[in-house]
Design a protein around this ligand. Structure first.
Ligand code: FES
Ligand SMILES: [Fe+2]
Length: 384
């Protein structure tokens, strides 16, 4: 890899622009959205260095369940051990480097490598090496110093499993603290996972993330959303470290938006008419509506291609039962409509990132301090 790629793109001149008054500042230059070398550097300097959403407890409900995850360009595995605890490891055999868990599996007592059958316990320790000393000459007790699976630092919040691959990010509780403070009125123990919606987008992941927190585009791009949640009620976008947030009043509940589904228990009248939009740099967003939580997760595949998942949670066990099937479908249809509107713009902008007439933009003092903040966050991770 060209280790100078970030220096060539984030020149001193570019970096100095991020610190100007917003009207004079710019966002990230075009190459951050189009360069393969830049994306490789994002894997090691950004995605591996911070807390990233890796998976879900509901994917590994039983002891011995394991699920492979690709994150930051690396194979990882999350699993539930014999005590029911969640663990995370690099998903690579210490012998010759095969992927240990190539696909989701359940009720495993050991993780056995598909290449030469080294077996690891669910705590990652190496338990046996068949034929290690020759045919029928097994190593049945490798001992505690034998090479086990390499653990990955992880944290769990309700159903969500996070990892910090580098191991040196701030404590997860600190990272998550602003969200805990802002959402004290919501009883998240009532959440029930329902469905994941998947989208394949021809655009850089940052265009999607930046669009998450861009409330400015709602009137032009989302006429139905504007009617439901008008821009005139928006507070703009507040930022705190890696968090971006925004909130809107609900004018009138609609199908798919607060109509007919159970709400969070104990929400007051204001909460029942409020939407919250939280965006956790770099690749995650959490939308909290009175009757749902939607978790947005981005996977950067190529500079111009991103897989997006929307993980849908509803409130209370009844909300995932057949009586609410129509209401749930209304919610999925709403997100599908909204995302389709967004992706047209994201794909439009990806094309424009090859234009020399744009190289970071001209920003709104009300809406775009968030874009400036995002550029600064990115520079903090990516520059030498
Ligand atoms: S690579 Fe895993 S046992 Fe050889
Ligand atoms: Fe949008």
């Amino acid at each position: 890899m060209n280790v100078d790629v970030t220096r060539n793109i984030l020149t001193d001149e570019v970096l100095s622009r991020f610190d100007l008054a917003t009207e004079e500042a710019t966002g990230l230059p075009n190459a951050c959205y189009t360069s393969k070398e830049w994306l490789k550097a994002e894997n090691t300097r950004l995605f591996a260095k911070t807390w990233m959403l890796a998976g879900f407890c509901h994917d590994i409900p039983g002891k011995g369940d394991a699920c492979p995850v690709d994150l930051a360009g690396m194979p990882l595995v999350i699993l539930r051990d014999n005590d029911g605890e969640i663990r995370a490891f690099h998903n690579v055999c210490r012998h010759r480097g095969a992927v240990i868990v190539p696909e989701k599996c359940s009720a495993q007592r050991m993780l056995t490598c598909p290449y030469h059958a080294w077996a690891y316990g669910l705590d990652g320790s190496l338990r046996s090496r068949p034929h290690f000393y020759g045919g029928d000459n097994h190593d049945t007790d490798p001992g505690p110093d034998a090479p086990g699976l390499v653990p990955v630092r992880h944290a769990v919040w309700h159903d969500l499993i996070f990892v910090n691959i580098s191991g040196d990010a701030i404590a997860f509780e600190e990272h998550w603290k602003p969200f805990t403070r802002w959402t004290a009125d919501y009883d998240f123990s009532a959440l029930n996972y329902a469905e994941t919606l998947d989208f394949d987008v021809k655009g850089n992941w940052k265009l999607i993330y930046e669009n998450f927190y861009d409330a400015y585009h709602v009137p032009a791009v989302h006429p139905r959303l504007e009617e439901f949640s008008p821009i005139t009620g928006s507070i703009g976008i507040e930022t705190e470290g890696p968090w971006f947030y925004n909130t809107n009043p609900i004018e009138e509940p609609q199908e798919g938006r607060g109509l007919g589904m159970p709400m969070y228990p104990g929400l007051d009248a204001v909460g029942q008419r409020t939407t919250w939009y939280f965006h956790l740099f770099p690749t995650m967003a959490i939308q909290i509506w009175p009757d749902q939580m939607a978790i947005f997760q981005l996977h950067a595949i190529e500079p111009g291609r991103t897989i997006e998942h929307i993980h849908m949670y509803f409130i209370g066990e009844a909300a995932t039962e057949p009586q609410y099937a129509k209401n749930r479908q209304d919610v999925y249809d709403m997100w599908d409509e909204l995302n389709t509107e967004d992706f047209l713009i994201v794909e439009n902008m990806q094309g424009a990132r090859s234009s020399p007439a744009f190289d970071g933009g001209a920003l709104s003092p009300f809406w775009d301090p968030a874009t400036q903040h995002s550029a600064k966050l990115m520079a903090g991770f990516m520059k030498d």
